[in-house]
Write a new protein. Structure first.
Length: 216
């Protein structure tokens, strides 16, 4: 099974992807997590991507397509993958179509997580992230057991530079202008499924699991 999680910044893609990938044995391929790891390693790609990420705009399509293709070819993705944050433009979606065809696979479902902008701003400005294991928390709705410390691995939690209020607004505008058209793209291919991302996290998980059927 190969899935796409499509939705605005803060819709809960990372939160749900970790759960769904674990349950269905899929490789969780988060373009944002992969880019942040490249930035931490100070790689060529990381250095090229950093200024776009800090500004809340999109990293160029060519860089993203090469990066995600490399991850889709890895052995741990052979059983299926869950794409989180990719594709984000029509050019990326077309590039993904070519890659998936070359691998002899198909996209089964593009899950569209819908949340209103005002709620997204509150979620993102209160988010705290683990730079070590990518676990996700929120100061109000999902605080860690010990303030500032990851429950899963004990690393110090951080606020992402792009979760500052002024960058969040740019990210939301970028989403509506450049990623919004993918809803029609995947609806036209008959693989789009809408999910209410404003519900409680466990309810969102249940809705996505119902779309995916039973684990193989
Ligand atoms: P990326 O890391 O992909 O960020 P994003 O898409 O903006 O998504 P987020 O990680 O911010 O949110 P999420 O939907 O995963 O929500 P989460 O589960 O954390 O991208 C970052 C940057 O990298 C981009 O701006 C761009 O520069 C670059 N980039 C990445 N991919 C790219 C691509 N394909 N092309 C070009 N550039 C690319 O949840 C958010 C908060 O809400 C958390 O605190 C969580 O606890 C809380 N929460 C989650 N679910 C719920 C719920 N149901 N109810 C209440 N609270 C909830």
């Amino acid at each position: 099974m190969n899935l796409i999680l499509l939705g605005p910044p803060g819709a809960g893609k990372g939160t749900q992807a970790a759960r769904i990938a674990r349950k269905f044995g899929l490789a969780h391929l988060s373009s944002g997590d992969i880019l942040r790891a490249e930035v931490r390693q100070n790689s060529d790609l990381g250095r090229q991507a950093q200024s776009y990420m800090n500004a809340g705009t999109l990293v160029p399509d060519g860089l993203i397509l090469d990066m995600m293709a490399r991850h889709m070819e890895k052995p741990d993705a052979a059983r299926g993958f869950l794409l989180d944050g990719f594709p984000r433009t029509v050019a990326q979606a077309e590039g993904l179509d070519h890659k998936v065809e070359a691998l002899g696979r198909r996209i089964d479902t593009a899950i569209h997580m819908m949340v209103a902008d005002a709620e997204l701003e509150a979620r993102l400005t209160g988010r705290r992230s683990c730079p070590n294991c990518n676990a996700i928390f929120h100061v109000a709705s999902r605080p860690p057991k010990k303030e500032g410390v990851c429950d899963q691995c004990g690393a110090a939690l951080v606020q992402r530079p792009d979760d500052r209020a002024e960058v969040v607004r740019t990210r939301l505008q970028t989403y509506h202008a450049q990623t919004g058209p993918l809803v029609a793209y995947y609806r036209g291919r008959g693989v789009l499924a809408d999910v209410n991302g404003s519900a409680a996290p466990d309810q969102v998980t249940a809705a996505i699991e119902a779309l995916c059927g039973s684990p193989a």
